[in-house]
Design a protein around this ligand. Structure first.
Ligand SMILES: NC(=O)c1ccc[n+]([C@@H]2O[C@H](COP(=O)([O-])OP(=O)(O)OC[C@H]3O[C@@H](n4cnc5c(N)ncnc54)[C@H](OP(=O)(O)O)[C@@H]3O)[C@@H](O)[C@H]2O)c1
Length: 320
């Protein structure tokens, strides 16, 4: 089968198209899936450049999203049969999705939404589980809450805006000016260009000094220490990004803030809620671009290029 292997850590040039033996079922609860589409997540280039040497042995196949078709099932598998359309995120630390076939335990699989193509479905699993965990499980976002989602044009941001809106929240986000109409179409109520304005000041003015009930931290930096400056009393901050250096949380204390730290554990239970919202027409995948798997290096370049001519909007998908 076709795969993309990483034999040495480094830039996009270390992604090598190669042929490997197609895996076969060795355990009764396993399922073999033909991968029809996958996507690029920041986690993929983090693995590629060597941020997780303790988790992966080289060579490694990375990739964290799969939309595909069940090809074969182990004898204990009752729920799935060949031909079923599934989508899921391979477990972190196991072999990834940049491959023509993927072997996994049946407990990973979710039914693919009926109204999506494989390419659309591949844009969802990792960020879908993450967004549900952030907004619903941790932040307990509810109708009438205000929420700040910085990085609204990113993979997480484009989905988080839609889910927050479907829950009835008032959504503040940031993005380049050229994307403001598209961000509003997703459901953002107020959009600030973070390249030209101090969005913290803008949001504080808009909320008349009260601040927002929830902040989703998708960008890191000083968000954990500065976020409370635009947080309402008893507000919640949910962060997805690792903490590069110690943070001063004095403003959090003044606000009675609660922090949540999320590192997604792949869960079909959380993806199931996203499937329901997709099939009800409340949310949809946002796709920046689609590349054939053979152009994997170009896809990684697009994600990491800080001087790109056209800003990123949503997910980069890979078709197989
Ligand atoms: N913990 C977990 O389980 C988990 C799961 C999924 C993702 N993540 C992490 O979450 C982060 C976001 O993921 P993603 O898929 O959404 O990434 P992405 O698609 O690359 O999007 C990042 C977005 O953030 C914006 N941005 C960057 N710096 C900013 C700043 N200082 N202020 C405001 N906006 C800024 C970018 O816009 P511009 O280019 O215009 O600046 C872009 O729209 C990544 O670090 C990823 O590793 C963690």
């Amino acid at each position: 089968m076709k795969t993309v292997e990483i034999k040495n850590y480094g830039g996009p040039e270390v992604l090598q198209l190669t042929e490997a033996v197609t895996p076969s079922i060795t355990d009764p609860s396993q399922v073999l899936v033909k991968v029809r589409a996958t996507s690029v997540n920041p986690l993929d280039y983090q693995v590629r450049r060597g941020d997780y040497p303790a988790v992966f042995d080289l060579p490694v196949i990375t990739g964290h999203d799969i939309a595909g078709e069940v090809i074969a099932t182990g004898e204990a598998v009752k729920k799935w049969q060949p031909g079923d359309k599934v989508y899921y995120s391979p477990r972190f630390g196991s072999s990834g999705s940049y491959a023509e076939y993927h072997l996994t335990d049946e407990s990973s699989l979710s039914r693919m939404p009926e109204n999506l193509s494989y390419e659309e479905a591949a844009a969802i699993p990792l960020i879908g589980g993450t967004v549900w965990e952030m907004l619903v499980v941790r932040a307990k976002l509810k109708k009438g809450d205000t929420i700040l989602i910085p990085g609204g044009a990113g993979g997480v941001g484009t989905l988080a805006i839609q889910v927050a809106k479907s829950l009835g929240a008032f959504v503040y986000t940031t993005g380049q000016s050229v994307l403001h109409d598209q961000l509003r179409d997703l459901g953002a109520d107020v959009v600030v260009d973070h390249h030209n304005k101090n969005y913290m000041e803008e949001i504080l003015a808009h909320t008349k000094g009260k601040g927002v009930d929830v902040i989703i931290d998708t960008i890191g930096g000083s968000m954990l220490s500065d976020g409370p400056l635009v947080l309402a009393n008893y507000g919640r901050i949910v962060t997805l990004v690792d903490i590069a250096q110690p943070q001063n949380l004095i403003h959090a204390w003044e606000r009675n803030a609660t922090y949540h730290f999320v590192f997604t554990r792949q869960s079909r239970d959380e993806l199931h809620h996203i499937t329901e919202l997709i099939e009800a027409g409340h949310i949809k995948p946002v796709i920046d671009s689609v590349y054939p798997i053979e152009a994997i290096r170009d896809a990684h370049h697009r994600m990491e290029d800080s001087k790109r001519e056209r800003p990123l909007f949503g997910k980069i998908v890979l078709s197989l």
